[in-house]
Ligand binder design. Structure first.
Ligand code: DSN
Length: 445
C-alpha cells in the first residue's frame, strides 16, 4: 500500500474505531473532570511528522543530528509556558503526569526518604506517596487527609510534617472541588525545610486563565499534565519557580537531568509541538473566558444537583469538578451511579468520597466536571438541565441493592447493570442528553 494512503483506506478497522469514538464523544456529555476536547490544531500538531524524529537531550544539546526544527518547537513550548505561568524554568519533555512527578522524586529524594501528600482516598494522586505506587514503595509516604466536611485538613498536614520531617511535600489533588491552600502548605514546608511541589494537573487551565489562584509565588516546583483543563495533548511539564531557584539554584538542572537521562529517552517531539499549540491557545484572551466559564458552570451544576436532592461533597465547587456523595442511596453505589449516567449519555467515573465507607473498588461516590462540556459552549442555563438529568438518572440507578456481603455482590451487580441498561426512564433521559449534544455540536461541520 502506498505510504500516503489515508487511514480510511489503509486500515479500515482502526479507522472505524476512531469513527466510533468520535460519534460516542459527539453524542454524549464527557464529564470525567480530567478529560477535555482538544482543538483540531492541537491534534494536527500531534499527528505531524515530528512523531518520526529522535532528539535525546535538550535544545542546543542533542545527541542526534537534524534538530533545527525540534529545537525551535521545544524552545517555543518552553517560552510560552514560562509566559503563561510566570515561572523561571520549564521542562516540557515528561511523557505524562506520573513520569513528571517521578522526575521530581528522582531529582530531590533518595530511596527511603520521607515524602508527604494528600491521600488517594481523600482525593489525592497515586504519585503523591500512595502505598501501591512507586512513590509509596521507594519512598516513605506520609498521607494527610480531608476533614469530615471534605476540606483539606491543613492542621493534620502540619502535625504530620512536624512529626515525620518530609523532604518533599505535595499539594495537589485529583478529586478535590475547593481551592488548594498553597499559602498554608508554604508555611508548613518552610517550618520543616521541605521542598514544596504543587501538582496542578487538574486545574492548570484554571490557573492559566486566572480562575484559580496560582501556586507559583508559594511553591518551589509545579507539575502539570497538559490534557485536562489546559486542553492540550496528553503530556506534562515540570516547572521551577523563582522561589524554587532561591531555595536551590541547582533545581532546574536537577529536574532536567532527572527527566533525561534519568527516566526517559527521546522526547515525543510531536507531543511537544502540540503542547506548544495548546499553550499558544491558552495565552489568548478568550481562554480566560473559557476558564471562568468552567468554574461558573461547575457552581451552577452544584446548585442544580442540590436543588434536585443530590448530596455534593463540601456542598459545592470552586473549580472544575464536583464529587457526588451517593451514601443517601446506600454504600458502594458509585458503580451504579456511573452505569446509570452512562445509560443516560453522560460519562463520569465512580470515586471514593471522604471517609469512604465501602472500598476504592466499590466506592460510594461519582466524580464529574465541566471542562469538556464548557468547551462545547454550554453555560449556566444548560447546567440547570444537565443537573436535572444527572439527578434523575442517579435516582433511577442507585435504588438497586448493593450487598454488604462480598459473596453476594457479583450476582447483585449483574442484575443491577442489566436493569439499568434496559430502563425506560434512562432511555428517555438519553434522548434529552442527545438533544443537548445536537444543540452544542463538538465538531461543527
Ligand atoms: N487519571 C487522572 C484523573 O482522572 O484524575 C489522574 O491521574
Amino acid at each position: 500500500m502506498a505510504r500516503n494512503t489515508p487511514l480510511r483506506t489503509a486500515d479500515r478497522q482502526v479507522f472505524e474505531l476512531i469513527e466510533g469514538e468520535t460519534t460516542r464523544q459527539e453524542n454524549g456529555l464527557e464529564m470525567i473532570p480530567s478529560e477535555n476536547h482538544s482543538s483540531v490544531a492541537v491534534r494536527e500538531a500531534l499527528g505531524s511528522v515530528f512523531t518520526d524524529k529522535y532528539s535525546e537531550g535538550y535544545p542546543g544539546k542533542r545527541y542526534y543530528g537534524g534538530q533545527e526544527f525540534t529545537d525551535k518547537v521545544e524552545n517555543l513550548a518552553i517560552e510560552r509556558a514560562k509566559k503563561l505561568f510566570g515561572v523561571e524554568h520549564v521542562n516540557v519533555q515528561p511523557y505524562s503526569g506520573s513520569p513528571a512527578n517521578h522526575s521530581v522524586y528522582f531529582a530531590l529524594c533518595e530511596p527511603g526518604d520521607v515524602v508527604m501528600g494528600q491521600s488517594l482516598t481523600a482525593g489525592g494522586h497515586l504519585t503523591h506517596g500512595w502505598k501501591v505506587n512507586f512513590s509509596g514503595k521507594i519512598y516513605k509516604g506520609v498521607q494527610y487527609s480531608v476533614r469530615a466536611d471534605g476540606i483539606i485538613d491543613v492542621e493534620e498536614a502540619r502535625k504530620l510534617a512536624l512529626e515525620h520531617r518530609p523532604k518533599l511535600i505535595w499539594v495537589g489533588a485529583t478529586a478535590y472541588s475547593r481551592e488548594l491552600p498553597f499559602d498554608e502548605f508554604a508555611k508548613i514546608a518552610e517550618e520543616v525545610g521541605a521542598y514544596l511541589a504543587a501538582d496542578i494537573s487538574h486545574i492548570s487551565g484554571l490557573v492559566a486563565g486566572g480562575a484559580h489562584k496560582s501556586p507559583v509565588p508559594h511553591v518551589h516546583i509545579v507539575t502539570t499534565t497538559t490534557h485536562k483543563t489546559l486542553r492540550g495533548p496528553r503530556g506534562a511539564m515540570v516547572m521551577v519557580t523563582k522561589k524554587g531557584i532561591e531555595k536551590d539554584p541547582e533545581l532546574p538542572s536537577k529536574i532536567d537531568k532527572a527527566v533525561f537521562p534519568g527516566l526517559q529517552g527521546g522526547p515525543h517531539d510531536h507531543q511537544t509541538a502540540a503542547i506548544a499549540v495548546a499553550l499558544g491557545e491558552a495565552l489568548q484572551p478568550d481562554f480566560r473566558k473559557y476558564a471562568e466559564q468552567i468554574v461558573k458552570n461547575s457552581r451552577a451544576l452544584a446548585k442544580s444537583l442540590a436543588e434536585n436532592g443530590i448530596k455534593v461533597v463540601t456542598g459545592g465547587s470552586d473549580n472544575h469538578l464536583l464529587l457526588i456523595d451517593l451514601t443517601p442511596f446506600g454504600i458502594g453505589k458509585g458503580l451504579y451511579g456511573q452505569e446509570a449516567l452512562e445509560a443516560a449519555g453522560i460519562t463520569v467515573n465512580k470515586n471514593t468520597i471522604p471517609a469512604e465507607p465501602c472500598s476504592p473498588f466499590y466506592p460510594s461516590g461519582v466524580r464529574l466536571g465541566t471542562p469538556a462540556i464548557t468547551t462545547r459552549g454550554m453555560k449556566e442555563k444548560e447546567m440547570q438541565e444537565v443537573g436535572e438529568i444527572i439527578s434523575s438518572a442517579l435516582k433511577i440507578g442507585c435504588v438497586h441493592p448493593f450487598p454488604e456481603e462480598k459473596e453476594k455482590r457479583e450476582t447483585a451487580i449483574a442484575a443491577a447493570k442489566g436493569a439499568i441498561r434496559s430502563d425506560k426512564g434512562l432511555k428517555k433521559l438519553r434522548e434529552e442528553t442527545l438533544k443537548l449534544c445536537k444543540e452544542f455540536p463538538l465538531h461543527k461541520k
